[in-house]
Design a protein around this ligand. Structure first.
Ligand code: DC
Length: 220
C-alpha cells in the first residue's frame, strides 16, 4: 500500500467543539498519526505577531507560511525549534488564527504541509476543511459540533482550570465572532461537507463521541 492510500479520518467543526481532544483520542486508539491543522494557522498568527507582520497582509503572511519550520514532537508544538505549545493557545492567537485563515494564499501555502502528514497506518486530521479540501477522499468524514453556549462553557472551564481569569460572556462573543468569520470566508469556509456525518456533542461525553467515530470508521 502506498502512503497516499493511508486511510484518513477527517474531523471538521467549529472552535472549542472538542474536536482536538476527540481526534487525538481516536488517533491514539487506532495507532494513527494525528494532524492538528488549526495549530498551523495558530503558528502563522504567532510568527506574524513576532515579526510585526499584520494579520491582514496576505502576501507577507503567505511568504512567512512557506518558510516556517514547524514540528510536532512529544505532545509539544515547536516553531523554529522553540516550544510554542502554550503560546499558540491564547485568546489573542485564537483570534489571529481565524484572521490569517481567511487569506487564500495562506491556505494554499499550507496545503502540502498538511497532506504530508498522511502516512500508514492512517491519519486523523482535525480542522475546518479536512473533508472538503485537504483530504476529499477521506474514508470517514465527521462534522463535530456543539451549541455555542456549551462550547463557551467548556472553554471557560478549561481556562479556569489553568488559573486563567475569564469571562463567560466575552468567551461566547469571541466564539460567535470566530464562527462567523470561519463560516463566511470565501475560501474553504467551515461547513458540513457532503458525505460527512453530523456529530453534535452538546449532550455527549468525550468517550461517547470517540466511540461513535470509531464505529463509523470500522463500518467502512
Ligand atoms: O481548530 P482551531 O481552533 O485550533 O483553529 C484555529 C483557527 O484556524 C480557526 O478559527 C480557523 C482556522 N482553521 C482553518 O481555517 N482551517 C483549518 N483546517 C483549521 C483551522
Amino acid at each position: 500500500m502506498n502512503q497516499l492510500l493511508a486511510p484518513v479520518i477527517a474531523i471538521d467543526g467549529p472552535s472549542a467543539s472538542g474536536k482536538g481532544t476527540v481526534a487525538q483520542l481516536v488517533a491514539d486508539l487506532l495507532g494513527y498519526h494525528y494532524l492538528d491543522s488549526g495549530a498551523l494557522y495558530r503558528i502563522v498568527a504567532l510568527a506574524a505577531l513576532r515579526k510585526n507582520i499584520s494579520w491582514q497582509d496576505e502576501t507577507a503572511l503567505a511568504e512567512l507560511s512557506r518558510h516556517l519550520c514547524i514540528e510536532f514532537k512529544d505532545g509539544e508544538i515547536l516553531l523554529n525549534a522553540q516550544i510554542v505549545t502554550e503560546d499558540v493557545r491564547t485568546e489573542e492567537i485564537s483570534r489571529g488564527a481565524s484572521e490569517v485563515a481567511i487569506h487564500p494564499q495562506v491556505r494554499l501555502a499550507l496545503v502540502d504541509l498538511q497532506r504530508n502528514f498522511r502516512a500508514l497506518p492512517g491519519l486523523v486530521a482535525d480542522g475546518r476543511d479536512m473533508a472538503s479540501v485537504i483530504f476529499p477522499d477521506a474514508a470517514t468524514k465527521i462534522f463535530l459540533t456543539a451549541s455555542a453556549e456549551v462550547r463557551a462553557e467548556r472553554r471557560y472551564k478549561q481556562l479556569m482550570a489553568k488559573g486563567i481569569h475569564a469571562n463567560l460572556s466575552d468567551i461566547l462573543q469571541d466564539l460567535q465572532a470566530r464562527d462567523a468569520r470561519d463560516q463566511q470566508r470565501l475560501v474553504a469556509p467551515l461547513q458540513q461537507s457532503a458525505g460527512a456525518i453530523l456529530l453534535d456533542t452538546s449532550q455527549l461525553t468525550i468517550a461517547q463521541a470517540v466511540d461513535t467515530i470509531l464505529s463509523q470508521h470500522e463500518a467502512k
